[in-house]
Design a protein around this ligand. Sequence first.
Ligand code: ZN
Length: 270
Amino acid sequence: MRLKTMPNDLLKVFDSHIHLDFDAFEPLRERLVGQMRKQGLVDAVIPGVSVEGWGKLIDIAKQYQCHYGLGIHPWYCNEDWQADVVSLEQYLAVNRRDLSLVAIGECGLDGFHRDNWQWQLPCFEAHLVLAQRYQLPVIIHSVKAHNEVLELLKRYPLENGGVIHGFYGGSELAKRYLNVGMKLGIGHLLLDEKAKKLPETIVNLPLTSFVIETDLALISSKKEVGIADEINGSSLILHLLIEKIANLQKKSCVLVSEQVFQNTLQLFEL
Ligand SMILES: [Zn+2]
């Protein structure tokens, strides 16, 4: 993916979801963050995915002056989920006054991963209980499990809301999430010409509904896009998202970037 320099490069952007702690970034993290900063990246939230990774995640977040979430991603739920949730609560208790800690997550349900489904459900439920107790927003991974996620969100109302990251769906589904206090994390799917539903959703919803994300680890897992390309294009993905949202909503890029930035600050109480 070769993305050319764009005039709105310098609009400030906030990446609401980037797995900067992943080993895949090891040799190039410094350059990647430097490049993104140059392209207007002001802040980012690094979501946690497993107990083993939280220590490093916190170090990386501090080193690069980002924020972070703590959670167990549904792919990482296993028969030890109860012990992992106990660890999560310990981490939350220890770090509760850490201003860099802004969310619980990444947590949620993934219907494509049926092999660990019986552990995903109670593990996600436990995250919602902790979100209520620690008054933090949640970063939710919801794939092929919208009804189950929505049912749990109704059962555990979250004062601090949350975000459905990598949202893909129509306006009706989007509204159901907005009604339970969620924001919609809009990522690279919006730039996919084949993903028809999402542009319609963006047209039909208020601008206050969205935050934007690179979800960079996901892209790096696709062979055709190497880390070098990410370094060239990662922050521009955020600019392309702003541009696309602006076109769909018939608003200026400046207005959209400012509102989306504010939405992110509000979501993570920054
Ligand atoms: Zn993620």
